[in-house]
Design a protein around this ligand. Structure first.
Ligand SMILES: NC(=O)c1ccc[n+]([C@@H]2O[C@H](COP(=O)([O-])OP(=O)(O)OC[C@H]3O[C@@H](n4cnc5c(N)ncnc54)[C@H](OP(=O)(O)O)[C@@H]3O)[C@@H](O)[C@H]2O)c1
Length: 280
C-alpha cells in the first residue's frame, strides 16, 4: 500500500512524480492563491499543477518561495507542472512560452511541462519544441493533456521522446478506460484533472455509502480510488481543512469490490470540454 503523502511513481524516464498534488485552476493571483499553496506545502504536498492560461504563475512562484522557506525544504523537493497554451503551440513559440512561464514562476526549471490541448495541426510541431527543451535538460519531464488515443498515436508516429504523462479529465463519472489502457501499455502515466468532478459528486449515494463504511469523506474515497487505479491526481482546494482532508488517503485501502462499484459509476460524462470537439 502506498502510505505517505510525498510518495511518488517513476515516470518512464525515471523521474519521480508524487501521486498527489494540488491544482490551482481558476484561483486568481492574490493571497488566497498564495495561502492555498503554502498550506499545501506545510501539510506535506510536494506537487503543484498550474498552467500559463490560469494566469497565476507569478503567485504560484511567490508561494513556492515562501512555502519552501517556511517548511525548510529545497526547491528540488517540489514537483512543479505548467502547460503551454494553445495560442503558443509551434516550435519557436512553445520554447518562448516555456521561458515566459519560468520567468513568471521565478524558477530555473520545471519538473513537468505539458501541451495543454491537442490542437489539430499544431501539437506535433509543439512536441518537437518540448523534445528540444527536454533534451537540453531544461525540463525534467514532458507530456500532454487532454490527448485521446488517436492524438497519442499521431504524436508518437514521429516523436523521438514518448510523452511521460497524459493529464485528462478523470473521475467516477468518466473513467477513460480506453485512454487509460493505451497509456498503461505505452508507459505513459495517466493524471486526473477535475478528480472531484468540480465538487459535483459529494452527495452521490454510492460514494456516501462507501465513505461511511471507511469513516472517510467522499473526496477521500475518490482520491484513494485514483491512487489504487494507478492514476496521479491534483484536487483543487483553497481551504486549509480541505487541503488536509484531501491528503488523508494513505491510511486505508478500498476493497476490490468497492473499487469495482466506483468504476461502475462511469457514464462517460464530462464536465470539461471534449478533446475531440473544442474551439479554443
Ligand atoms: N489539463 C486541463 O485541461 C485541466 C482542466 C481542468 C483542471 N485541471 C487541473 O486539475 C485541477 C483540479 O481540477 P478542478 O479544479 O477543475 O476540480 P476538482 O479538483 O475536481 O474540484 C475542485 C472543487 O471542489 C472543491 N473541493 C475540493 N476539495 C474538497 C473537499 N474535500 N470537500 C468539498 N469540496 C472540495 C473545491 O472548492 P474549494 O476550493 O472551495 O475547497 C472546488 O470547488 C485544477 O486545479 C487544475 O490544476 C487541468
Amino acid at each position: 500500500m502506498i502510505k505517505i503523502l510525498n510518495s511518488t511513481t517513476a515516470l518512464h524516464n525515471g523521474v519521480h512524480m508524487p501521486w498527489l498534488g494540488i491544482g490551482v485552476f481558476k484561483v486568481e493571483e492574490g493571497p488566497e492563491l498564495v495561502n492555498a499553496i503554502k498550506f499545501a506545502i506545510k501539510h506535506g504536498y510536494r506537487s503543484i499543477d498550474t498552467a500559463a492560461i490560469y494566469e497565476n504563475e507569478a503567485g504560484v512562484g511567490q508561494a513556492i518561495r515562501e512555502g519552501i522557506k517556511e517548511a525548510g525544504i529545497s526547491r528540488e523537493e517540489l514537483f512543479v507542472t505548467s502547460k503551454v497554451w494553445n495560442s503558443d503551440l509551434g516550435y519557436e513559440s512553445t520554447i518562448a512560452a516555456y521561458e515566459t512561464s519560468l520567468q513568471k514562476l521565478g524558477l530555473d526549471y520545471l519538473d513537468l511541462y505539458l501541451i495543454h490541448w491537442p490542437v489539430e495541426n499544431k501539437y506535433k510541431e509543439a512536441w518537437r519544441a518540448m523534445e528540444t527543451l527536454y533534451k537540453e535538460g531544461k525540463v525534467k519531464a514532458i507530456g500532454v493533456s487532454n490527448f485521446q488515443v488517436h492524438h497519442l498515436k499521431e504524436l508518437m508516429k514521429d516523436a523521438e521522446v514518448k510523452p511521460m504523462v497524459n493529464q485528462v479529465e478523470y473521475h467516477p463519472r468518466l473513467t477513460q478506460t480506453e485512454v487509460q489502457q493505451f497509456c498503461q501499455r505505452n508507459g505513459i502515466q495517466l493524471e486526473a484533472w477535475s478528480p472531484l468532478m468540480q465538487g459535483q459528486l459529494l452527495d452521490h449515494p454510492t460514494l456516501l455509502e462507501i465513505a461511511n463504511k471507511y469513516n472517510k469523506t467522499v473526496p477521500q474515497i475518490i482520491i484513494r480510488w485514483d491512487l489504487q487505479n494507478g492514476v496521479i491526481t491534483i484536487p483543487k482546494s483553497t481551504k486549509e481543512h480541505r487541503i488536509i482532508e484531501n491528503s488523508n488517503i494513505f491510511d486505508f485501502q478500498l476493497t476490490e469490490e468497492d473499487m469495482n462499484r466506483i468504476n461502475g459509476l462511469n457514464q462517460n460524462h464530462r464536465v470539461g470540454p471534449d478533446p475531440d470537439n473544442f474551439d479554443f
